[in-house]
Design a protein around this ligand. Sequence first.
Ligand code: ADP
Ligand code: ZN
Length: 819
Amino acid sequence: MKYIDVIVPLPLGGNFTYSVPDEWANAVRIGMRVVVPFGKKKMYTAIVSLIHTLKPELLYEMKEIICLLDNQPVLRYPQLKFWDWIGSYYLAYPGEVYQAAIPSGLKLESEMQICINPDFEAITILSDKEQRILDALSDGKPVNVAELNKSSEIQNVLPTLKILLEKGAIEVSEELTEKFHAKTDTFIRLSEQAKNDDNLRKIFEELSRARKQLDLLMMYIDLSKCLIPSKQKEITRKELLEKADASPAILNGLVERGVLITYKKEIGRLDLSDTETHTVYSLNAFQDKALLEIEKQLIEKSVVLLHGVTSSGKTEIYIHLINKVLAEGKQVLYLVPEIALTTQLTTRLKRIFGKRLGVYHSKFSDAERVEIWNNVLNDKSYDVIIGVRSSIFLPYRQLGLVIVDEEHESSYKQYDPAPRYHARNAAIVLASMHGAKTLLGTATPSIESYYNAITGKYGLVELHQRHEELQLPETVIVDIKEAYHKKCMQGHFSDVLLEKITKALNNNEQIILFQNRRGYAPYIECKGCAYVPKCKNCDVSLTVHKVFNTITCHYCGYTESIPTICPVCKTPNLNTKGFGTEKIEDEIHQIFPEVRVSRMDLDTTRSKKSYDKLISDFEQHKVDILIGTQMVTKGLDFDDVSLVGILNADNMLNFPDFRAHERAYQLMAQVSGRAGRKNKRGLVILQTSSPGHSIIGQVIRNDYVAMYKNEIEERRQFKYPPFYRLIQITIRHKDVQIVKKAAFALGNQLRAVFGTRVLGPIDPPVSRIQNLFLKQILLKIEYDASPAKAKDFLQQINNLILADHNFKSVKISVDVDPM
Ligand code: ADP
Ligand code: ZN
């Protein structure tokens, strides 16, 4: 008899063993999916993690698997090893890692909705069971597995469902709701014949009698740069007609003459399979040197940090390195912290790697993610993956290189749910499991990575010159306290900032305005009685969103409409306090009514399309001013931005966190880096009421090392990373007394083992979220202490607390290396 151990997608410890009926005994392999019964009635798609023949001693009755779903594994063995590491380092259950790793399209679950495919025509005769299921589905309504079991009177429909799915006779819910509809657009190009210089001259002569056609052609050549192969870009019909202010008839004239050609192409999903790939730019001397240095250091070190100022061409260096790794037949993972970055980079990398490039992130539909998963698994020609943090879980065949771009970004850390992994750190481990190397790149390294680099654990390569030796932008400080005092402020804009905005607009240059807060205002307050509306479920004030006329909780989503009178003192004296991106947008509209403005923050980027559109509109200069939160700071590359305004540096500097200064520096340095990237030195206006703050000075002088030296000393003194490892434990319960007692008990138990390494319990800054009260305990463990041992203790103590019947429904979550 064959037995398998499986991972079920549930937050549970322990192994689950099942027997495999003869039918599948020969076919089953590690990494395949099986459907298993679980508990009384549930079914799950589990992953086979071990196959054995010894009947294990079980405390429960052994059950058989319901069905084997695959003919070949959906996971490679190294992936399971990696899951193990994630689970043990970040203290998560295998089932939690599974949930994070596998796109839900690969999970058949009891809740899955099944529906008949109306276009299905059977080619072979259907079995009795197959026919019964199709009969049960014949009314076209989607049903779940349990219902189908009942209505078809078959005990277990899953094996048959699987066959029907393969035959295309049925569809499951994801495919139904998220079917991907390709969108196409019409583009224009020059005909082959017209590309020839002599012919083109003749065409110009001919057109001298058709002025409008000539103008349109000139406009096309100018926009598309089609005569300069390295700069050539695709132009849509719509864009051309708009820019040239021409009628479709004029364009048709040129098409009929055989000068221009129109073609349709899928947009959105970047399938540029028919565009030829371009050759890479050759590197400038500084980049060349950096590349050589990286390669040299990678021989000895498994990780190298590339510290290169913004716009120094780090991406170009990555591209050269990727090419070399691909030539060895290995795969490359290119991690970026934010979906917005995949948008720009994908276009850039598609031109070079064409169909070999895959993109992976959460804004893709499930069907698409499954497709990418399968491509990585099966298609050997698919060898560069660009993606956000979850792409570390794809089933790589043989990684040769991992690039972590903007390695300092905190969005690499997964907050909730478990596993709370850091994708940069996990990627380094993943790479080493493949015998691959990791390159970290950024203009503003995290303190931890820079420390690792200068102490020799990582290699370090620095690049101080921008491409074409552009100067870094000039930063001008505006003291807003003084400006308010002197009445030089209009809304949240100082006269200096307004003057520079006006100037940039007059020069037809673009502007980025950065305010690290979304919404209109963080809260409203009654002038009369000082009442502040708070969330019903959480211990926070409600953020004002004027666009929707609501006040909303950013923790749980609770929403009310903006009150017109104070609910307490009944006076109409409600004032908004503070300001977010919406308010900035509002003020800009009032001051510059003609200017084209868009806003990029969490509220305007809920869908993938909205990202792409915001970015491409700004790239194509359809927008003059882009207002945004930290989203606009991250590695975006725009040609015409000459001015960056930082509206208020103060709340970044005053944030109560040991990383606040590091982050403030990174945000300001990064957003400044967006200014003046091509042909002209940029300008940054930095508004603050603490112009003398050391971080502000370091930003002006672009002095990363000074910032690092300050911070590392503080970290050493106050026992923070990289000298100490932090483990944050959060205790949650709906009863404030119970959470208090549980946290206290846990704290005491921990103190008995860890002594003064235990801090707390304390109330976190937001001490109630979604009706649960929170307490936190922080563990600080010496970096060289055995983390495995500490975690073992921690696990035991947690279990001890949870075993106490008073604390049964208390939730304890553990965050290793919290950010
Ligand atoms: P970083 O990632 O360091 O901020 P990028 O790689 O985005 O810098 O480069 C900034 C800009 O300069 C990009 O538009 C890029 O195409 C251009 N660039 C950089 N290096 C070169 C090069 N060697 N040849 C041509 N263009 C380059
Ligand atoms: Zn709330």
